[in-house]
Unconditional design. Structure first.
Length: 317
């Protein structure tokens, strides 16, 4: 089977993870229960996930000239990502994410504040080489943690060469009209979909309404991830719900959405149907939430295959 080639243009973030029994209220200090650091960033997470699932992945992004930057590049490279196109800012530090984890009743929720640093220092000159090189890839993935003008330029490059584009619409930002014609897949979570449409996504009916509204903007395929419930996908003609894995105890939901996107794109590039790709992505994300930290929790293809077989599912690749 042909190895998919995926290009990710996006962010690197060093996550600073604090565990606590409950989130502090405004003006309040609580005693934490744990602290750790982990390499992350939506772009890098998606690149690492696709690489661990067997895709040939190239990452384009920017880090600071600091220890965090060196560690971010090294972690992605160790996962098999081609980091030769990653740039180093001489003026901005590497991005950091402050992640608070609250554990209640055996489930963990998170709150995240990201300081973008070098991610916002990417320039059009930095990515100009992609105008021709982008033709080498089977899929391009972008997110909203880098300058929007960079995303628009990459989208235009991809469209000109006929390469499908996945937009992970996170963290929320209005999708520029200029970007809309170039999007093959868009993947917000339920909160981001609500911001995009004005429809509060609380069940399948509201998710379908949100999908239809986003499709009406001209986007071919809309995926809305629904956390522990699973995800839906629609194209204006079909609407499919793909349930999450059952009985999964979440240790840290950080990077679950990134895991889903990386897995979905890898599966699509392998030729799976949208429905089968959704199933594979849900199963992959279900492994991710059982580990602590962003990149460290992203599973390998062998891990996903094993758990799918244990659950009575047939891996397609």
């Amino acid at each position: 089977m042909k190895q998919p080639k995926i290009l990710v243009v996006g962010s690197f973030v060093m996550d600073l993870i604090v565990g606590c029994e409950r989130f502090p209220e405004e003006g309040e200090t609580v005693i934490g229960t744990s602290f750790s650091t982990a390499a992350g960033g939506k772009g890098a997470n998606q690149a690492v996930q696709a690489a661990r699932l067997g895709a040939k992945v190239t990452m384009v992004g920017k880090v600071g000239d600091d220890d965090f930057g060196k560690r971010l590049i090294a972690t992605a490279a160790e996962a098999g990502v081609d980091t030769s196109k990653v740039l180093v800012s001489r003026t901005q530090p590497s991005a950091v994410g402050n992640i608070q984890l609250e554990t209640k009743n055996g489930q963990t929720n998170n709150r995240i504040c990201v300081v973008p640093g070098a991610n916002m220092d990417i320039t059009l000159d930095d990515i100009a080489f992609l105008e021709e090189e982008i033709a080498e890839y089977d899929m391009v993935i972008i997110q909203f943690e880098i300058p929007m003008e960079i995303n628009i330029a990459v989208a235009k490059f991809a469209a000109a060469k006929g390469v499908p584009l996945m937009v992970n619409a996170a963290p929320f930002a209005p999708v520029p009209e200029e970007l809309l014609p170039y999007i093959t897949y868009i993947s917000p979570n339920e909160h981001e979909a609500g911001e995009m449409t004005g429809i509060k996504v609380t069940d399948l009916a509201s998710a379908e309404a949100a999908v239809k509204k986003i499709v009406s903007t001209g986007i071919d395929n809309v995926i809305i991830t629904l956390g522990s419930r699973g995800a839906v996908i629609g194209d204006g003609k079909e609407f499919v719900f793909s349930p999450a894995a059952k009985g999964v105890v979440s240790v840290d939901p950080t990077a679950a959405g990134d895991s889903f996107v990386g897995a979905f794109c890898t599966a699509i590039c392998h030729g799976l149907s949208k429905e089968k790709a959704m199933e594979f992505a849900n199963q992959t994300a279900s492994v991710t939430v059982t580990g602590l930290g962003a990149m460290p929790s992203l599973p390998t293809l062998e891990q996903v295959r094993k758990i799918m077989i244990e659950r009575g599912l047939a891996p397609e690749f």
